[in-house]
Design a protein around this ligand. Structure first.
Ligand SMILES: Cc1cc2nc3c(=O)[nH]c(=O)nc-3n(C[C@H](O)[C@H](O)[C@H](O)COP(=O)(O)O)c2cc1C
Length: 190
């Protein structure tokens, strides 16, 4: 069993995180969830899901923290985790992580993961990108974070939205070092 932090922000695509949490918990991992206020609003708008729905879905494995709770365990590097995923990551939160602002629990947790040299996977969703967005992604990449844009592929010939969501969730799991068959491994017909 491993321990992961999942952060959800107000970018489009909370469905990726919902899928990811499912897969992490299915594999008996501990998930520590933190969601921004805008993350909650956009998630409800896009999927109908609330934090309460998510919390109720799992009997064990999921710990949810209030975004303002800077006393939460994930606020400290002494609380060991195996990494953090911010999915979807808004350009707003991405900029604050890149600058080390740490003004809420999600930003602080990402800051801790970076300072402890743990794995940070950021899943930005915006298009087109301006120069500030690109510079902030470069900053995070230079600090060792994985920038994994929510960009489903088509070479796997997706048949549904679920297939496209699975592709991204699978690539996130792979970035965490978790083998899975949610994404299509290209083998060029071998
Ligand atoms: C329906 C909806 C979709 C949005 N999609 C995106 C998006 O894909 N990417 C993004 O960077 N911001 C998006 N935003 C704007 C963010 O929610 C906004 O910048 C917010 O301040 C982010 O706050 P947070 O990072 O604290 O969650 C969206 C807003 C709404 C209402």
């Amino acid at each position: 069993m491993k321990r992961y932090i999942v952060g959800i922000t107000g970018a489009s695509g909370s469905v990726y995180a919902i899928r990811l949490i499912d897969e992490l918990i299915k594999r008996n991992n501990e998930v520590h969830l933190v969601v921004t206020g805008n993350g909650e609003r956009v998630m409800k708008y896009e999927t109908g899901w609330t934090i309460e729905d998510l919390a109720d879905k799992y009997e064990k494995g999921l710990c949810y923290y209030d975004i303002e709770d800077l006393f939460a365990p994930i606020s400290s590097g002494s609380f060991k985790t195996d990494g953090m995923v911010v999915a979807p990551c808004s350009m707003s939160t991405l900029s604050k992580i890149a600058l080390g602002v740490s003004s809420n629990l999600l930003e602080r947790s990402a800051d801790v993961v970076l300072k402890e040299k743990r794995r940070l996977v950021v899943v930005p969703r915006e298009t087109p990108l301006n120069t500030i967005h690109i510079k902030n992604m470069l900053t995070l990449s230079e600090m060792g974070a994985t920038i994994l844009p929510a960009m489903p592929a088509f070479y796997n010939k997706p048949q549904s939205v679920e297939d496209m969501v699975d592709f991204i969730a699978g690539r996130i799991l792979l970035s965490l070092g978790i083998d899975n068959d949610l994404y299509y491994e290209w083998n060029a017909g071998l």
